[in-house]
Write a protein that binds this ligand. Sequence first.
Ligand SMILES: [Fe+2]
Length: 365
Amino acid sequence: MPESIPTPVAPPPDILRCAYMELVVTDLAASRNFYVDVLGLVVTEEDAEAVYLRSIEEFIHHNLVLRQGPVAAVAAFSYRVRSPQELDRAVAFYTELGCEVRRAPEGFTRGIGDSVRVVDPLGFPYEFFYDVEHVERLAWRYDLHTPGALVRLDHFNQVTPDVPRAVRFMEDLGFRVTEDIQDAEGTTYAAWLRRKPTVHDTAMTGGDGPRMHHVAFATHEKHNIIAICDKLGALRLSDRIERGPGRHGVSNAFYLYLRDPDGHRVEIYTQDYWTGDPDNPVVTWDVHDNQRRDWWGNPVVPSWYTEASLVLDLDGVPQPVVARTDTSEMAVTIGADGFSYTRPEDDADALPSWKQGEYKLGHQL
Ligand SMILES: [Fe+2]
């Protein structure tokens, strides 16, 4: 078990929100087709090496950078901070922790000014910036909206072996827990953390890591997600759908998980809830509650638990992946020894026979 991360004396930067992800893709044309032609993200700028994309309500330069590279991976989880001065705080905070810290006064990507990139103590490449090029906010451009329009970047999701250790560090960075998944033995399987007043800006999912589980974009309403499914079917791209659509237990949001041409996972997400009060209650779910990840009790496919994207260090080298040693959520819920319940007072074998198999690997047709 690695030691816990010390709390720096230096205060953390004041983070506003998750702002963009830089994704390395191995076939830029294929990725551009998926994110622009299929999902409808808006191209702010592009060249032979990279495409800069934004959602329709965004006014900063981009929410997603697709950059051509040799290995599919994440180059940066980028957050906007409240003022330019917060970058000095970011440098001091991570330097005190002994992390690698780099500052680029002209930015690491187009459209972004003074920026700080670090490899954080959990092994993730994090970026902080304030200065950014403003672009047209297309919220009122209904002539450009599609039935499945992606309106905002909502959150990141990170895979890390030791969730409580990650949560303690993220709390030092100024994040608050909104929900988590635990068991009676005290194992934490996942936690959701926010800066903006939604359920999360990022989540920590227990597993081999550091890896990126998904990046999530919001639609206005549930029917927009159904429209995306219909479009994927019409394009004979239903194999891009990994899980859903459905209603989450955690976050209460309506969801759909897709896989891009490199396997990077993208969630389409809508209608979670306000969390901005200082005494916002934390919601803890039992890992054996089969409504925690899907409110309708639909099973989670194994790939959703096991597969995730590599993350890069500041030189573009994939970070080594460390195995989780705590029990895995898949093993305790749908593995050979796992169980789930619909009603907590029921026996473990009380699920009807036609439902039980859905929670055991190898029982799905
Ligand atoms: Fe998510």
